[in-house]
Design a protein around this ligand. Sequence first.
Ligand SMILES: Nc1ncnc2c1ncn2[C@@H]1O[C@H](COP(=O)(O)OP(=O)(O)O)[C@@H](O)[C@H]1O
Ligand SMILES: [Mg+2]
Length: 211
Amino acid sequence: MNGIFITFEGIEACGKSTQANYLYNYLESRRINSILTKEPGGTILGDLIRNIVLHETIFPVAELLLFLADRNQHINETIKPYMEKGYVVLCDRFYHSTYAYQASGRKIGIDIVRKFNELVIEGCRPDLTFLIDLPPEVGFERKRSANLVLDRIEKQNYDFHYAVRDAYLRLAGEDERIRVLDGMRPKEELKKDILSIITETFPNMKERITL
Ligand SMILES: Nc1ncnc2c1ncn2[C@@H]1O[C@H](COP(=O)(O)OP(=O)(O)O)[C@@H](O)[C@H]1O
Ligand SMILES: [Mg+2]
């Protein structure tokens, strides 16, 4: 694989989509081949699954398997082909979300989730993950003030969202490819931090500039 795979993680409204878009626009402005994709979604099957998982009543194991089906399709249909072409692939949520939400939040357990996840990813792992950390109540306040509608998973109670946040931080403690950012900081500062981490981690990124 010649590409670079970067994922954005964190609880609702921590700023994943904001920062993923900033970085995508930056890479585009530098004419570095890149795509911005998301989970769930990112393929036709994935968009169908996204509608189901965010809006229907689903039991925890069924929910896990839907997210995993989405991931396997997404990897094979989108992520791997672009990685082979040498693109920078940006993904808004990936498998750390499954560990945080399904293994921990839904209490399915990390061991079983890891086994299933290993089956679906077929060796496809992020080179770098930005975990934007935020207290859940700040995320909810952002949603309220922006008048955003909460989906099925967002409507879970505070305990659920605290368990998710703690799980994310534990994962970051075990994996140096996860970089934790303080989501309370201003958007523009986070954007600069992300760019400096990218430049330091991938010093050859400039060579990807397409003219
Ligand atoms: N660093 C930040 N400080 C304050 N508000 C932010 C910050 N980053 C994002 N927001 C706002 O919070 C809301 C959710 O951001 P978004 O990027 O959609 O989060 P996510 O994709 O993680 O759910 C938006 O209204 C966005 O403008
Ligand atoms: Mg988002």
